[in-house]
Design a protein around this ligand. Structure first.
Ligand SMILES: Nc1ncnc2c1ncn2[C@@H]1O[C@H](COP(=O)(O)OP(=O)(O)O)[C@@H](O)[C@H]1O
Ligand SMILES: [Mg+2]
Length: 328
């Protein structure tokens, strides 16, 4: 399952991503956690010290290693330099699995021990002022897009990404690479307006979008979200004393999280599992190709100096090469 948490800054993306990751790890599920937000806070939210979080390798800085590995001996991609963020896998490409050792994880991922279980964490790296609004910004999230396009995940394995909902995320195809996108919304006008914008943008791409209310304090908050979001509202996480304790520097164990909020985490897992069952690998790969062609035309061909449309194998379907699932 590939899951993204998106939403307005401050809505609680990092908090809910981290809690969901902890919930999955406590249930014994393999998890690859990815911090792709402009504000890199997922590491500390998973219990890393600031120094440990600062020492995380950045995906953005390891793009050459990532590209060289993923390219494998795919004859359609002649060199790592010809690989852009949207270059799709094809025959000969190396794919990533959630549970394995590979040079990409060795370079970019770090294990994080939790109070129950442990996960692997990758981070795009901090966004600097000059990254924003220019092509480089996208090379950081671009690394995540490449990884997702090459990641084959099984039904009980999870990739969880903490991401921004800013319009920048729509400049690439990244927002279409998830089985489930959870938009975190506070019960405020601003919270739901971000949802509307996201929905409007995502609807042409079959993005499976669900809203998770956060910091919901009572029936008025709930009514507001129900009214504004309608059937896309999937669950509501309450204002949490447990989260407050965390913020005060305590390290409360997951099992002490308020039972209704734990229940929300369990429901999110159900939503993710359901979404995985609905995944259409053909559509997934076709969309990857479509974004690649679009990026190739708008900037990639000019940058690389060759026609990158030739990198697409129209018959290639990610996941179809796994034993027993060919043609799924
Ligand atoms: N359910 C909650 N109950 C109490 N505080 C919360 C809750 N969710 C988030 N917060 C607090 O709100 C602030 C913003 O949350 P954060 O997860 O950092 O948002 P984002 O990642 O969307 O910017 C943090 O101080 C966090 O501790
Ligand atoms: Mg955050």
């Amino acid at each position: 399952m590939k899951i993204a948490f998106v939403g307005k800054g401050g809505s609680g993306k990092t908090t809910l991503s981290a809690l969901f990751i902890r919930h999955l790890a406590a249930a014994g599920r393999p998890v690859l956690a990815v911090d792709a937000d402009i504000n890199q806070h997922l590491g500390p939210a998973l219990g890393l010290t600031d120094a440990q979080a600062a020492a995380l390798p950045s995906l953005g800085a390891h793009l050459p290693v990532i590209k060289e590995y993923l390219r494998g001996d795919n004859p359609l991609i002649r060199s790592a330099e010809e690989m852009i963020k949207t270059t799709p896998p094809g025959p000969g490409s190396r794919l990533l699995r959630i549970v394995e050792e590979n040079p990409v994880y060795a370079a970019c991922a770090r294990p994080v021990a939790l109070d129950e279980g442990s996960v692997r964490l990758m981070a795009t790296g901090a966004f600097t002022e000059e990254d924003l609004g220019v092509a480089c910004y996208h090379s950081k999230v671009g690394a995540v897009e490449l990884l997702l396009n090459h990641l084959v995940d099984g039904p009980d394995e999870y990739l969880v990404t903490d991401m921004t909902a800013g319009s920048d995320s729509f400049a690439s195809g990244l927002f279409t690479r998830f089985d489930l996108t959870l938009l975190v919304a506070e019960p405020t006008r601003k919270g739901v307006s971000v949802y509307r914008q996201y929905k409007e943008y995502a609807q042409d791409f079959d993005v499976h979008l669900r809203v998770v209310g956060n910091k919901v304090q009572g029936p008025d908050d709930l009514d507001f979200l129900r009214r504004e979001v309608g059937e896309d509202l999937y669950a509501c996480f309450g204002q949490s004393g447990w989260v407050r304790r965390l913020e005060r520097g305590d390290e409360p164990p997951l099992r002490e999280l308020e039972p209704p909020n734990r229940e929300v985490l369990a429901r999110l897992q159900t939503a993710a599992d359901t979404a995985h069952g609905l995944r259409d690998p053909h559509r997934y790969s076709a969309q990857a190709a479509r974004f690649h062609l679009r990026n190739a035309e708008s900037w990639g061909n000019a940058k690389v100096g060759t026609d990158l449309a030739g990198q697409v194998d129209p018959d290639y379907v990610l996941g179809a090469e796994r034993a027993g699932t060919a043609g799924v």
